[in-house]
Design a protein around this ligand. Structure first.
Ligand code: FMN
Length: 325
């Protein structure tokens, strides 16, 4: 069974994280991932505290295994963060900037900290601030991210991280990705897009079908989305979302001045709350090209781990054949 020190630190069986997919509802997905031995996550974006507390209790009814609650800086909301601290999940994960004061608050409450980083500067900041795990997120990723590719970023962060576990994210959707990530020195993977197209994920079937049908080039960076998304509220924040194309995304990219935020933002927020956000900004990574069917999350995890184990076992043969040839 594939097991890394990350699993012991987090108290999970398998080195697989289901990424936070805020603001979409992923309670059933997180539960299925936890029950299958991975680490489930819940996002907090654009939701009020009582709504989130309902999600947290629902997840605790479905599983007694560790899970992560995620925050970002777009925007960072103090009352939500304080509610998270009081909820005491096993882990808080954080994205879009490093916030040493928040890491210290989590640690004071006995909560582990997973920091997602998009470049080496953020990795150094996160290590200095005492993050327990780094997720090195390559630019292939769905949702907000940077530009450095996973293949470059993961070994770069591994070289900086010493004993701190590094998890690879961005562009990983099958066992080949997990095996490659381990070879780069990561201790596991975090997958978002692969789990979006899972049976348990509470997004429209139309979005899942678009992921199954998508090519990598269909998942584009939504340039100029600052016009319609909440502002960053912490120093050092950045990131541009990667998403499937929609009329809104195309207009943002090609004619941003045609977008009137006063008109679009209320529609966007209403659509997200009603589960139709994919009509506007269906955050999705290039790994959509590797997703060919909608499966239950447990099956996804088992298939990814099984394939990685087979590849890693078979890798011995590569050196043997090159020596003999
Ligand atoms: C729909 C969607 C929503 C996301 N929302 C968040 C979020 O709220 N917080 C966060 O830290 N990362 C978020 N991400 C990024 C993921 O954490 C992760 O880095 C990414 O999904 C990995 O790349 P992949 O999509 O190729 O698997 C989101 C990704 C997607 C696809």
């Amino acid at each position: 069974m594939l097991r890394t020190p990350f699993c012991d630190l987090l108290g999970v069986e398998l080195p697989v994280i289901c990424a936070p997919l805020g603001p979409w509802d992923e309670v059933r997905l997180a539960a299925a991932v936890c029950e299958a031995g991975g680490l489930g996550s819940l996002g907090t974006a654009v939701r009020a505290v009582p709504d989130l507390q309902r999600q947290w209790s629902q997840l605790r009814r479905l599983t007694d295994r560790p899970f992560a609650i995620n925050h970002t800086t777009r925007p960072f909301t103090e009352d939500t963060f304080q509610a998270t601290i009081e909820e005491r999940p096993a882990v808080i994960s954080f994205h879009l900037a490093v916030a040493p004061d928040l890491i210290a608050r989590a640690h004071d409450a006995g909560i582990l900290w997973i920091q997602q980083v998009m470049d080496s500067r953020q990795a150094v900041e996160a290590l200095d601030a005492g993050a327990d795990v780094l997720v090195a997120q390559g630019g292939e990723a769905g949702g907000h991210g940077g530009d450095v590719s996973t293949l470059v970023l993961v070994p770069q962060v591994v070289d900086l991280a010493g004993d701190t576990p590094v998890i690879a994210a961005g562009g990983i959707a099958d066992g080949r990705g997990l095996a490659a990530a381990l070879m780069l020195g990561a201790q596991g993977v975090s997958m978002g897009t692969r789990f979006l197209a899972s049976a348990e994920m509470n997004v429209s079937d139309a979005w899942k079908q678009r992921i199954v049908a998508a090519d990598a080039v269909d998942a584009v960076k939504a340039a100029n989305s600052d016009r319609i998304l909440p502002p960053y509220t912490r120093p050092g924040s950045y990131g541009v979302p990667r998403t499937l194309r929609t009329p809104l995304v195309d207009t943002l990219r090609e004619r941003p001045e045609d977008i009137d935020p006063d008109e679009v933002v209320p529609h966007l927020m209403e659509a997200v709350r009603k589960g139709r956000g994919d009509e506007y900004l269906p955050f999705t990574g290039q790994s959509a090209a590797l997703v060919h069917e909608i499966l239950p999350a447990g099956e996804i995890i088992r298939a990814v781990v099984r394939e990685a184990e087979m590849l890693l076992t078979g890798a011995d043969g590569l050196t043997a054949s090159s020596e003999s040839g």
